[in-house]
Design a binder for this molecule. Structure first.
Ligand code: PEP
Length: 308
């Protein structure tokens, strides 16, 4: 399936603003920044990896992607379980229910849970059967949307460029974005992991401004780890996260690279979250299967307490 995006780009200025290009700092400034960051990291007891240019700042953030699962009954039980769990960590939590239940979930979940949609259309609503527009999300007070999930890329034919346009449109409409990237097993085995991630990121960078990054979370989700029970090792995940942050430093700005939060997603569960959370460039998780189990999800959210 392919989408016609030619009529939809009106609001999405797809060129990198020149200020964005020039704001990438020179080598000496980067070294200074790196030294400062690492001094702060050491003060805070965080590990300073040699790969890391800038550890992410900001609150640990965990997302629950409920995908196309649930019934009224199971969703009500999940909400009750989440509300009764104690989130003790200083963490931002975002749940993404199926669209048909989103209003119900929003009225049931208490703080700190926020709501995300799992997708939205690339432009203003209209004759797009089956779609939901960013304007509708804004109107319904849905603050977040997940875009570019690998299932939408592979099953619905969403291209890097389409995801870039969608990201820009959602942001311009006032909806914050969890932007997913990640390589397939074949791409990893061919040694293309970082290049695939960088190409996916570039398509977003080409559409958004530097300021837009305040409202974007990157979710690194290796496709081979999604729903397979095959989690990336903490070192594998850290290596890609650090590479992504370095790329952001070189292609957007040091400031954005230092602040953007990068979630890991792919078979995160209550048993493996704590170790993953200790990695310096893992700033949160995007969780599929385990987010349907309230107790497990709360445990994953509380792994923020073990981070850095
Ligand atoms: C996901 O779909 O975003 C995901 C990470 O799924 P799972 O946790 O089930 O691998």
């Amino acid at each position: 399936m392919s989408f016609n995006t030619t009529t939809t780009a009106s609001n999405a200025s797809c060129s990198l603003a020149s200020s964005q290009k020039t704001s990438v700092r020179g080598g000496r400034a980067n070294n200074k920044l790196r030294a400062q960051k690492h001094a702060i990291a050491r003060q805070n007891g965080r590990r300073a990896s040699s790969l890391v240019v800038c550890d992410g700042t900001g609150k640990f953030v965990v997302g629950g992607n409920w995908k196309c699962n649930g019934t009224i009954d199971s969703i009500d039980k999940l909400c009750a379980s989440l509300n009764s769990g104690k989130i003790t960590a200083d963490v931002e939590v975002i749940c993404a229910p199926p669209m048909v239940y989103i209003d119900r979930v929003q009225s049931k979940l208490k703080a700190p849970y926020q709501i995300a949609a799992q997708n939205c259309w690339v432009s203003k609503g209209g004759a797009f059967t089956g779609e939901v527009s960013a304007e509708m999300l804004k109107d319904a007070n849905i603050p977040w949307v997940i875009l570019g999930h690998s299932e939408r890329r592979s099953l619905c034919g969403e291209t890097n460029e389409f995801v870039g346009l969608k990201t820009k449109y959602a942001l311009d409409t006032g909806v914050k974005v969890v932007a997913c990237i990640g390589e397939s097993l074949a791409q990893r085995e061919a040694g293309d992991t970082l290049n695939v991630c960088f190409a996916q990121l570039k398509a977003i960078v080409d559409c958004v401004t530097e300021k837009d990054w305040e409202n974007i979370i990157i979710a690194y989700e290796p496709v081979w780890a999604i729903g397979t029970g095959k989690v990336a090792t903490p070192d594998q995940a850290q290596e890609v996260h650090a590479g992504v942050r370095k790329w952001m430093n070189e292609n957007v700005s040091a400031d954005v690279a230092s602040k953007v939060r990068i979630q890991y997603g792919g078979s995160v569960n209550a048993g493996n979250c704590d170790e993953l959370a200790t990695k310096p460039d893992i700033d949160g998780f995007l969780v599929g299967g385990a987010s349907l189990d309230g107790e497990a999800f709360v445990k994953i959210c509380n792994s923020a307490a073990h981070s850095k």
